[in-house]
Design a protein around this ligand. Structure first.
Ligand code: COA
Length: 334
């Protein structure tokens, strides 16, 4: 068995900055409420006039990750694309990345695990490299939330939280056994509707939504039972981080950097406190980008790496929780 390592990282976010004050213009909210409850100061929302889409943003992040790995696009053997906001209902954006990179006809897999999507994708890529099937796998997380959010007071509980962007890594065969030590994936589908976008989908086709023409129908906007999600998130995050540490004979104090999915600063701070971690051991950038779902971990990892916060030999833990519910972790010796 081989070991896989993160050989290159990159991220891309749209230029358009939307501050909390900007949101006050079209819904009853306040900078104070948003910062106090979520830690978010601003987020990036795609300018609809730009060519930014999940596929194009993902490709921009991927190109940076490939360059950062010292590779060329044709060195990539397989693509894993995680998103809950694909350009099309089908096909998923993985195939679009294959086309946009202009590379040979390699496989492209789309992962639908929302906020845990990037770690699920990383785990899939890790298995391909471990078995020797592939040498370089591109793992992308990319989201375009802003176009589908309800930008009114009715939607404010969800809308203020989410942002757009993309991050990517190249996972490659390691030469020195440094790399992914283990990944841990979980789900609890009985809570699927607590954080979900129900329609349009096969349980609720566009025809049905249009024929009902119900002004109170919010099924085509994301729904989130915020308090319920919060309570489950803090429990599952801690569990899955401990699972990764225990599997590899480590304790929280051994972590050099925890990069949690950027769901809410209060959730990150709760986990930090519960696990007795210092500020230096936890990376947060939700203040600048909001919650970018599958993109949040690779964007944060990319920024942390650029800022020199990750060194060779460091123990880096990734952890996520989100819609499904799904939750996941990865422990990496850098
Ligand atoms: C969404 C979340 C920030 C809401 O914070 P909260 O403290 O739970 O707030 P509540 O939902 O109880 O709402 C409190 C009040 O603020 C109001 N409110 C909701 N959104 C608001 C906003 N954007 N601006 C101002 N007021 C708002 C509510 O209407 C409610 O008013 P009421 O008391 O008059 O009914 C919080 O539940 C949360 O972070 N949950 C987890 C979300 C998450 O991490 N999701 C992603 C998982 S991957």
């Amino acid at each position: 068995m081989y070991t896989s390592k993160i050989a290159g990282i990159g991220h891309y976010v749209p230029d358009n900055v939307v501050t909390n004050k900007d949101l006050e213009k079209f819904m009853e909210t306040s900078d104070e409420w948003i910062q106090e409850r979520t830690g978010i100061k601003e987020r990036r929302w795609i300018d609809p006039k730009s060519d930014d889409m999940p596929s194009t943003m993902g490709t921009k992040a991927a190109k940076k990750a490939i360059e950062n790995a010292g590779l060329t696009p044709n060195d990539i053997d397989f693509i894993v694309f995680a998103t809950l906001s694909p350009d099309y209902y089908f096909p998923g954006p993985g195939v679009q990345v294959q086309d946009l990179l202009g590379i040979k006809e390699i496989g492209a897999l789309d992962v639908r695990n929302q906020c845990s999507g990037f770690i699920y994708g990383l785990s899939v890529a890790d298995q391909f490299i471990k078995t020797g099937m592939y040498k370089n796998v591109l793992v992308i997380g990319s989201e375009y939330h802003s176009g589908g959010l309800e930008k009114t007071t009715r939607g404010r509980g969800v809308t203020v939280i989410f942002g757009d962007g993309a991050g990517a890594v190249v996972l490659s065969r390691s030469e020195n056994n440094h790399g992914i030590l283990s990944t841990h994936l979980h789900s609890e589908g009985k809570h699927a509707k607590e954080l979900a976008l129900i329609g349009p989908a096969t349980n609720r086709w566009v025809d049905q939504i249009m024929s009902e023409n119900d002004p109170d129908d919010t099924s085509y906007y994301p729904y989130m039972n915020g308090n319920f999600v919060f309570k489950h998130a803090v429990t599952r995050f801690s569990e899955v981080i401990m699972e990764a540490l225990m599997t590899n004979g480590h304790q929280p104090g051994d972590i050099n950097l925890l990069v949690p999915h950027q769901a809410n600063l209060r959730i990150s701070q709760f986990i930090q406190k519960k696990m007795g971690l210092s500020d230096e051991q936890v990376y947060n950038n939700i203040m600048r980008y909001g919650n970018t779902t599958a993109a949040s971990i690779p964007i944060a990892l990319s920024e942390a790496h650029q800022e020199g916060k990750i060194k060779e030999g460091d123990l880096v833990c990734l952890a996520a929780f989100g819609s499904g519910f799904t939750w996941a972790s990865a422990l990496i010796k850098w």
